[in-house]
Ligand binder design. Structure first.
Ligand SMILES: [Zn+2]
Length: 637
């Protein structure tokens, strides 16, 4: 152990002047200029992630405002002396006129009232009273409002410093009264360099690899970097070795990340499984693995884009260069995306390594570079959505499960086009052995009967199998079962007029539920002038409950208010062929079809379906992201 093992580096090396602040040159320069030229604002806001130096810069600012210089004759300065009463006491956290309030724990109106009461008194010893409110976004609304008054007209001797990790949550009225500075996360190289200087000063031997790991783990915060370094020195009994730091941080050895990328580059599923098994054996973290892979892939991408740009003194560079040549740039990007997004999935499964395997094998679900993804798998994908037409017509009431790759002639006729080399194709079954049924036995939940669609609006469109054939798509695309005939939606000009008139009323919420239902379900048959002035709107609606004269009268009043003319509404019985409800239903169905179409042509899905004989898409299980709510007409038949 060295003599410094008890020293807390983060405190010892906390910057005490603007010159010592690392990596925030833009903020330092702006503040220095303002202080030097005497252009002082009364409220400052420092934003940035935790541990980035918001409190530090606030203290330096407080010293700058209150420093009297070594001789006691100095004024406001950008270079506080560090020896006067104000400087030393602020550094020691006991200057009576500098008050830090942590809004995370003192967020109520009472705390702010107390602060504001203290603001009424002139500074006791300093030139300025400086109130620093950390995590200011956590103040309650009342507290903010109480503060606002003081912020608007502060006494000359009072300066506010607000700090927040989340400026979006600050009231705009507060933001507008503050001079805002955004502190940026530091690049790992900057942190690395600073750590090297600190450790040289401390006389602690450190391997470059150890510093690189610490700098990366600090995620842009110098405070975190120094705290981690403290821990690492304790962990390594006074020295910083790469393996020790790696063990302390739980960082996965670069070699594991490299062999995973190597295996994925070679589409070697077995290699992926073997490496994941080794990680499990060693108890190395799945998240750490993905992080290390992301770092490696990022280096690879840099090498691919700008050869030679990587740091040659970094021992990881050689490995990244070699792999950069093994993986195509677009696959590198793809894998990076998969790895970064996959991190969130690890917590979803109780078995982290199974989840890790799944994330990694996702790359193998994509065809190798250069292959035409759709053409390669289409022959096998098509039968997956095919159901023999006879089967449907003889059993029209059967719920929609036609995506089963039946042993019918369509499947037999389709050539088995391999997605890629055979080896990886066999892998996912082994990888997913936990909890996923084998290829011979379809998962039971896929055989459950699905509830039949009963909405006439939804089923009207694909009622006729013959209609379905005219658009040139293979019959396999039509998966909605045939149901008793309901005339198809026929969009009319009157329907357009009705929708354009009524939708604003509905959107404004100016009609009650049943009137709304009448407006939605009805078809407009005619609009005719009345002898006594105004117009009569003739509607047709099927449901008897909606053919209530009181509802029609209420709808008439709503229309009258909206149109500004006398309005009468008549309702007759009959099937509404062009109602807003049917239009919306058709739009929903079109969106659904489009979503299913997208899913069916998605290369990942196609590749998965090609690999898993039992894979099926259950119609209706796919939901479009946003339902179309506009006045969309039915898609062309
Ligand atoms: Zn001073």
């Amino acid at each position: 152990m060295t003599s410094m093992s008890h020293v807390v580096l983060a405190r010892k090396y906390r910057p005490r002047s603007f010159e010592q602040m690392v990596g925030q040159a833009h903020v330092v320069q702006a503040l220095t200029n303002a202080l030097s030229s005497g252009r002082l604002h009364h409220a400052y806001l420092f934003t940035g992630t935790r541990g980035i130096g918001k409190t530090t810069v606030s203290r330096i600012l407080a010293k700058s405002l209150n420093c009297t210089g070594a001789d006691g004759a100095g004024g406001v300065t950008a270079h506080p002396c560090g020896v006067c009463q104000a400087c030393t006491e602020i550094d020691a956290d006991r200057f009576i006129d500098y008050i830090e309030l942590d809004a995370a724990s003192n967020r109520s109106i009472d705390e702010i009232r107390e602060l504001i009461e203290r603001a009424a008194y002139k500074p006791s010893v300093g030139r300025y009273k400086v109130f620093m409110i950390d995590e200011a976004h956590q103040l309650t609304k009342d507290a903010f409002n109480a503060l606002l008054k003081t912020l608007e007209e502060p006494p000359d001797y009072l300066k506010f410093v607000l700090a927040t990790t989340d400026p979006e949550k600050m009231l705009p009225t507060v933001l507008s009264r503050c001079l805002q500075f955004n502190l940026r996360p530091m690049a790992p190289e900057v942190v690395h360099e600073h750590l090297a200087q600190v450790l040289a000063t401390e006389g602690v031997a450190a391997e470059a690899g150890a510093l690189r790991l610490l700098a990366r783990a600090a995620r842009g915060s110098m405070r975190d970097a120094l705290s981690l370094t403290d821990q690492a020195i304790a962990y390594g009994a006074g020295t910083l070795r790469e393996d020790g730091v790696r063990a302390m941080l739980g960082t996965v050895d670069r070699s594991h990340a490299a062999s995973l990328v190597q295996a994925l580059a070679g589409h070697d599923g077995a290699g992926v499984l073997a490496t994941v098994a080794a990680l499990r054996q060693l108890g190395l973290s799945g998240a750490g693995t993905l992080e290390e892979m992301a770092a490696l892939l990022q280096q690879m991408a840099i090498e691919q884009a700008v050869p030679g740009a990587l740091d040659d003194t970094d021992p990881d560079t050689a490995g990244a260069r070699a792999l950069a040549a093994a993986l195509a740039p677009d696959e590198t990007q793809l894998l990076y995306g998969i790895v970064v997004h996959g991190r969130a999935e690890l917590s979803l499964l109780s078995d982290e390594y199974a989840a890790l395997t799944m994330v990694l094998l996702r790359l193998l679900a994509f065809p190798p570079a250069g292959a035409a993804p759709l053409a390669a798998v289409a022959p096998r994908a098509a039968p997956l959505v095919a159901a023999p037409r006879e089967a449907r017509s003889t059993a029209p009431a059967r719920p929609p499960v036609p995506l089963r790759p039946s042993a019918g002639p369509a499947t037999a006729a389709a050539p088995a086009a391999p997605v890629r080399s055979a080896a990886p194709a066999a892998v996912p079954m082994a990888a997913l052995a936990a909890g996923v049924p084998t290829a011979q036995e379809p998962p039971p939940w896929l055989d459950e009967e699905l509830p039949a669609e009963d909405s006439p609006a939804d089923s009207g469109r694909s009622a006729s199998p013959d209609d379905a054939r005219t658009d040139g798509e293979p019959p396999a695309r039509r998966t909605v079962p045939v149901t008793p005939p309901v005339p198809a939606l026929q969009a009319t000009a009157l329907g357009d007029q009705w929708a354009a008139t009524v939708r604003p009323l509905l959107a404004a919420g100016s009609v009650t539920a049943l009137v709304r239902e009448l407006a939605l379900q009805a078809e407009l048959l005619a609009v005719a002038p009345r002898a006594e002035g105004g117009r009569r709107w003739r509607l047709r609606v099927e449901r008897e409950t909606l053919r209530n004269p009181a509802l029609a009268a209420k709808l008439g009043v709503a229309l009258q208010d909206a149109l500004g003319e006398a309005t009468e509404v008549d309702v007759e019985a009959g099937v509404a062929l062009d109602s807003i409800a049917r239009r919306d239903g058709a739009a929903r169905e079109a969106a659904q079809q489009q979503a299913e179409q997208l899913i069916r042509s998605d290369p990942v899905v196609l590749a998965l379906m090609a690999q898993f004989d039992t894979a099926r898409i259950v119609p209706g299980s796919i939901k479009p992201l946003a339902a179309t709510s506009g006045d969309t007409k039915a898609p062309p038949p």
